[in-house]
Design a protein around this ligand. Structure first.
Ligand code: V0V
Ligand code: CO
Length: 158
């Protein structure tokens, strides 16, 4: 295995202020199909997964949720009204507006992959894997060590 041993692109994630509007665009204008939706309270996001007919990499749309309230799509201002600390995604939207947020790389074993990244001098953003979409195990790599791109390593649930 070389480096983290990327097996493919799992998803490209776009942070959006208007989740419903973005879903309507990616399905109605681009012709992708919604395959999944969930709220990840720990990451503070409501997310929608989209895929094309031939499969391949997915598009993930993420938008901040207000912790505990279950609200979504209201953008950064809603999240700011909660406990006082903005989620990373809310902060990102405040600073940049809707934009590509991260690139997710599929790996066979996220802990092995994270150690390989660390050995290459890349900052790993959590000591242990976090819970991702569809019970996947995920780890993020610091964008400043990855040519300006926030990288997510994903080990799909078996
Ligand atoms: C921040 N920066 C980014 C960035 N977010 N650069 C590229 N892409 C991003 N998404 C830049 C920012 O402009 C600063 O650059 C620098 O990094 C440090 O930013 P900061 O403001 O000091 O730090 P924070 O507090 O904004 O934190 C940024 C990081 C944080 C990336 C460390 O957001 C994080 O830990 N993210 C991982 C978790 C996450 O993103 N979860 C949401 C997706 P300058 O201004 O200093 O040049 S959840 C998900 O995808 C799931 C569940 C899934 O797929 O399964
Ligand atoms: Co992601």
């Amino acid at each position: 295995m070389t480096g983290v041993g990327a097996e493919g692109i799992d998803h490209v994630s776009i942070a959006v202020v208007d989740l419903d509007g973005a879903v309507a665009f990616f399905t109605g204008v681009l012709g992708l199909r919604q395959t999944h939706a969930e709220v990840n309270e720990r990451e503070g996001v409501s997310e929608v997964m989209l895929a094309g007919k031939s499969g391949g990499a997915q598009v993930q749309l993420i938008s901040p949720v207000v912790a505990g309230a279950g609200a979504s799509g209201g953008g950064a201002s809603g999240a700011g009204a909660s406990a006082g600390s903005l989620s990373g995604v809310a902060k990102f939207l405040n600073e940049r507006g809707s934009a590509i947020h991260h690139l997710a790389i599929q790996v066979a074993d996220v802990e092995v992959a994270a150690r390989a990244a660390q050995a290459a001098g890349v900052r790993v953003l959590s000591e242990t894997p976090l819970s991702g979409t569809k019970a996947s195990k995920i780890v993020f790599l610091h964008p400043k060590d990855c040519h300006g791109v926030l990288i997510e390593l994903v080990q799909p649930a078996s």
